[in-house]
Design a protein around this ligand. Structure first.
Ligand code: KMT
Ligand code: NI
Length: 176
């Protein structure tokens, strides 16, 4: 996984938008983001991480025009609306690639995380983020979760700013 500051230049969200400023692992850690690389031919390691972190369930999502059918445009649009979830968002990329943009705190800058096959990303509950395909227009990902998934996107707004999961998230990354 490669992380860099988003360039904020208007235009196609599928383009790289690399500002040229890389983001270090320490910065990613400071906003509660975890990531690993597990080659797709060593997927038993996924089971180890899943066990350690208590992810009991999983399913796969294929984001392509074919895979999503009529939902394609609507889904892509909602993935790219800035949102949070009341649960961790854990994605292991099986095939293809895409971008997860996460908000740095307290700067509110967008950090773009470029994910390829073998990348495993954990977004903490309450972090503001968005997702887009890149120019390859295809990603297949394993979604891991603890119990019933609570992936309903909650779009950013005044009410979301005071959502208990958002408030807890900010506490969890606060520097003391
Ligand atoms: C989300 O909630 O933002 C997503 O699930 C993005 C698509 S997973 C590759
Ligand atoms: Ni999300």
């Amino acid at each position: 996984m490669r992380a860099f500051y988003f360039d904020n230049i208007p235009g196609d969200q599928r383009l790289l938008h690399d500002s040229g400023n890389p983001v270090s692992d320490d910065i990613l850690k400071s906003i509660g983001l975890l990531h690993w690389h597990i080659p797709t031919n060593q997927q038993n390691q996924i089971d180890t991480v899943a066990k350690e972190r208590n992810y009991k369930n999983r399913d796969t999502i294929t984001i392509t025009k074919q895979g999503l059918g009529d939902l394609y445009e609507t889904k892509l649009k909602s993935f790219y609306e800035e949102h949070m979830h009341e649960d961790e968002e854990i994605r292991y990329i099986l095939e293809g690639s895409g971008f997860f943009d996460v908000r740095e705190h307290p700067t509110d800058s967008w950090i773009r995380c470029q994910l390829d096959a073998g990348d495993l990303l954990v977004l903490p509950a309450g972090i503001y983020h968005r997702f887009t395909l890149d120019e390859n227009n295809m990603i297949k990902a394993l979604r891991l979760f603890k119990d019933e998934p609570k992936w309903t996107p909650i779009n950013r707004g005044d009410l979301t700013d005071v959502n208990p999961y958002r408030v807890d998230y900010l506490k969890s990354i606060a520097v003391t």
